[in-house]
Design a protein around this ligand. Structure first.
Ligand code: DX5
Ligand code: ZN
Length: 238
């Protein structure tokens, strides 16, 4: 199955600050409506957190949920695999409609193979780094990477506090990326307050669960995290 093409971004990484609401903080009884709602509120990507109760101490949802939502949204699906092993499930997520598939550097001994596999399926490949993992863990796969995801909480749960000690690593990854066409994404504890710290350190894409889904005005929350410079908030990207 092919995903709907991203509506706006003709270059990679996309210009401006990307906001990717994490569905983990949505009302799970209304996932289709929640997806449409954040798209209308100005989300750029939809972040889908896949947890296996093994790599992380929580279980979320799998490819069947992705597939069901794929028919409801044209947003790029940014799929964050917190599962080990990841490789046996990559095809299922690709076929279900993922646009980006992100694997953890810590999830297995064959990160390079995982990235090759994602690319071979025509999807954008990402590598995620836990807070306890150094930036260098991504270095050997940068030529296969479309995204690097720096975790600013320990993965497994939404609603945790931003780990400020990860800001130096964001800057380090930004320097490592150099002129490569790689999006630098940050995930965990992003709020309007921490968003600008992450962006100052070099982030170009921000995942936000609680700060979007629990906000009384989701469009305002997304605009606040994107910052005043982007100037495209509230346009509604369904
Ligand atoms: C954590 C997930 C995050 C999480 C972010 O394991 O990877 O994407 O949903 O949630 P907030 O924004 O609430 O920290
Ligand atoms: Zn995530």
């Amino acid at each position: 199955m092919t995903s709907p093409a991203p509506a706006r971004d003709t270059s990679w990484p996309p210009p401006g600050i990307i906001i990717a609401p994490s569905l983990l903080a949505a009302d799970f009884a209304r996932l289709g409506d929640e997806t449409a709602d954040v798209a209308a509120a100005g989300a750029d990507w939809l972040h889908l957190d896949i947890m296996d109760g093994h790599f992380v101490p929580n279980i979320s949802f799998g490819p069947a949920v992705l597939k069901a939502l794929r028919g409801r949204s044209g947003l790029p699906f940014d799929v964050h695999l917190m599962i080990a092993p990841a490789d046996p499930y990559i095809a299922a997520f690709a076929e279900a409609g993922a646009d980006h598939i992100i694997v953890h550097a810590e999830a297995g001994p064959h990160l390079h193979r995982s990235m090759q596999l994602i690319r071979s399926m025509g999807k954008r490949a990402g590598v995620a780094l836990n807070p306890g993992t150094p930036a260098e863990a991504a270095a050997a796969v940068l030529d296969l990477a479309d995204l690097v995801l720096v975790m600013t909480v320990n993965p497994g749960f939404g609603g945790q506090a931003f780990l400020h000690d990860q800001l130096a690593k964001i800057a380090q990854v930004r320097a490592m990326i150099g002129s490569r066409a790689i999006a630098l994404e940050v995930d965990g504890g992003i709020t309007p307050d921490t968003a600008h710290l992450a962006v100052q350190a070099g982030a170009g894409a921000l995942v936000a669960g609680t700060a979007v889904f629990a906000a009384p005005d989701r469009a305002a929350a997304i605009a606040a995290m994107r910052g005043p410079a982007a100037g495209r908030a509230s346009q509604g990207h369904a």
